[in-house]
Design a protein around this ligand. Structure first.
Ligand SMILES: NC(=O)c1ccc[n+]([C@@H]2O[C@H](COP(=O)([O-])OP(=O)(O)OC[C@H]3O[C@@H](n4cnc5c(N)ncnc54)[C@H](O)[C@@H]3O)[C@@H](O)[C@H]2O)c1
Length: 365
């Protein structure tokens, strides 16, 4: 782990920005006030939906952000507004390979991973690698840097749950060779190795089990239900419901989630914590809400339910409430309105792009 690898060999820098050890905001000069250098945080998956919001938040909190992403499902568009900042730098890097970051790190926020079923089913090996090897690399980095690390886990660790709502003490109901196993099992392994680094090496670890989250910067065609419905409504297509639409979901607005993650990072609790919005809705009702919000007259059409699609997902957030004094604040109507504003701002080309990513160039890696 301690082996020094040249930056050139491991890192490609997006845009022509200097990367490396950050400078203190002001130099030590006689007679001048010396500012303390900002604490540095590494955020992986930074060009993705959640990672980009975390970058915004950590910059707002006064940290120097080192963003890292291999752009397999993310987009630089999500963070392009940050490139001109002195307290932001970007490393184009696959965290499943050795990760080297020069200088101190106070926190590591490991959010790199494909997160939507259509992504991880297309790139199953990369998904397993980033959850396992990637997490291992970042835990090693946390150990060397004496940094606290928070890893992004998921409600998928509960699989198709037999207990509702799901609390952290529920062990889940997962098919290890099912359609979603590359994601579910990668995240379960991620939790196990994170806990092992905590108990064996004494690394300060935090784990957030994220439930369905939505908001601006979701990828339109990533297959998740919010962008899927919004895209269909905006393109004038009928809204597709898988199965009868009586499966339930609970959606958390991204600002609420980021607040929960930030509080968990600063807490002293090493076990997994659910962060999500417990308010449930059936997919059919949700589709009707979207039609109302977008003012469109399309129909709802039904397609067969994919296998291993959970019928119900609802977080029990008792622990987060107690531990972090956290609960969601943004109601669905307001969150969906803000999200719709974002999708409306996309160009017609973006709106009509059927498939955002070809994963071919990653297939052999
Ligand atoms: N959005 C949700 O509702 C949700 C729910 C549960 C868990 N999560 C977790 O939160 C994290 C972020 O999810 P998201 O919704 O922002 O997904 P996303 O696909 O928008 O972002 C993931 C980012 O990780 C990057 N990435 C993937 N593999 C990488 C690798 N090997 N090296 C470097 N970068 C890599 C992608 O390019 C992308 O920018 C993921 O770990 C996901 O499992 C998200």
């Amino acid at each position: 782990m301690a082996k020094k690898v040249s930056r050139k060999a491991t890192v490609t820098v997006a845009k022509k920005r200097k990367v490396g050890v950050s400078k203190a905001p002001s130099a030590v000069k006689a007679g001048r006030k010396v500012n303390k250098p900002k604490d540095r945080v590494l955020i992986t998956g930074a060009a993705g939906f959640l990672g980009s919001h975390l970058c915004d938040r950590m910059l707002k909190e006064g940290y120097h952000v080192i963003a890292m992403d291999n752009l397999i499902t993310g987009s630089l568009k999500n963070i392009e507004h940050l490139f001109r900042r002195e307290d932001f730098e970007f490393y184009h890097h696959d965290v499943s390979k050795f990760v080297h970051v020069p200088g101190d790190l106070k926190y590591i926020m490991h959010f790199a991973s494909p997160a939507s079923p259509i992504d991880y089913e297309k790139i199953p090996i990369q998904t397993l690698k980033v959850g396992s090897l990637g997490t291992h690399n970042l835990l090693g980095l946390a150990r060397v840097k004496k940094a606290r690390i928070i890893v992004a886990s998921t409600s998928e660790v509960y699989g198709d749950p037999k207990v509702h709502p799901q609390s952290e003490s529920y062990w889940g109901h997962v098919n290890p060779v099912g359609k979603r196993s590359m994601y579910d099992e990668a995240k379960r392994f991620q939790e196990a190795i994170t806990m092992a680094y905590h108990t064996y090496h004494g690394v300060e670890t935090r784990m957030v089990r994220i439930f369905n989250t939505y908001g601006p910067r979701m990828r339109l065609n990533d297959g998740r239900v919010v962008p899927a419905f919004m895209g269909q409504a905006l393109r004038g297509e009928d809204l597709t419901i898988f199965g009868k639409g009586d499966q339930t979901r609970s959606f958390c607005y991204v600002d609420d989630l980021i607040e929960g993650i930030y509080r968990l990072l600063l807490s002293d609790y090493a076990g997994p914590v659910n962060i999500g919005n417990p308010k449930e809705i059936t997919i059919k009702q949700f589709a009707q809400e979207i039609l109302k919000l977008t003012g469109t007259k399309q129909k709802l059409i039904h397609k067969p339910l994919p296998s291993d699609d959970p019928m119900q997902r609802q977080p029990d957030i008792t622990l987060a409430k107690k531990l972090l004094k956290w609960e969601p604040k943004v109601d669905r109507a307001e969150g969906m309105r803000r999200t719709f504003e974002y999708f409306k701002s996309l160009t017609p080309e973006e709106l009509n792009e059927k498939e955002h990513f070809s994963f071919e160039k990653y297939a052999k890696k």
